[in-house]
Design a protein around this ligand. Sequence first.
Ligand code: MN3
Length: 380
Amino acid sequence: MIKEISLLGSTGSIGTQTLEICRAHDIKPIALTAHRNSELLEKQAREFLPKLVCIYDESLYSELKNRLADTNIKVLSGMDGLCEAAAVKTDAVVNSVVGMVGLMPTATALEAGNKVALANKETLVTGGEIIMRLAKEKNLPILPIDSEHSAIFQSLMASGGSRIEKILLTASGGPFLGYNYEQLKSVTKEQALKHPNWSMGHKITIDSATLMNKGLELIEAVWLFDTKPSDVEILVHRQSILHSAVEFEDGSVIGQMGAPDMKIPIQFALTYPNRLCCPSKRMSLFDVGTLTFERPDEDTFLCLKYAKKAIEKKGTACTVLNSANEEAVQLFLEDKISFYRIGELIADAFENVKSSNNVTLDTIFETEKAAREYVRSLVL
Ligand code: MN3
């Protein structure tokens, strides 16, 4: 079992819950990194005494350095620091940063021989082809933390090597399930940030409201489980109790259920293949009562439609999709565009930004730059 980890994105929602698991099972984080929250990072550093900490925003480096001046903890910043944290020799790197900023650290962790527990879906959305190849070359597992992918991973443990016929990827539907185009046009940021079942960071909460989150997860599933996009079926499941399932050739469907609590998949990624007591919520099927399933509305929720187009196209098309989404969500959170405009911008970028069939880190970052600039040029 894992004794120590490097935790990238320790001050976010997944990061703080990962530290709860660390406390419960005496796992030591030897590296901690944050985007901008130096106050919480200092607090975490004082509690866990890691070898190093990194603040991604370089303008906060001196502040963090001062905060920790009386300790022996090495203080780093920027992408170099993040990659150094990913490369420390450890039992696993937990990557829970937000956005495709997580791609380089994931590649670096694997290059350094570290196994990866992955919550950063943008890593696989943009770099799935190279990351999965690298993991195979290095013979290192990528253990999914995303709850749906953890559920699929757990369901596959029952496969006995049999062929998968279909992956059933469940979606809560977000706060605007059932809304039509006219209704979506007038929703506010406050409404979009209220997720019915999960408590998460802002980026993923908006992604859940546009259904882009499910689009990104579909792409993530294609890479993680080496499956065709058409073999992944998305089911809107309002209760978020069945976290996803797999259908085998004999028609058996095996899924994983539980309370909607991220500590369960986080812990499983760290204790796999063992199951230990978890400081999580519990589910009562009596309280849940009914489980419902319906098809998503792709004509209204453009993001999902374009995510499917992107994974069918392959190459760096998924990077166009993802980068356009990251920019559009940022613009929405800054009150510069309306909610519905997010999907329109992504559709526009997908049709007009050139993607490459040759997927390398260089072509990914070139595509990212072009897509971000394109979206900003349409708005600002
Ligand atoms: Mn998920």
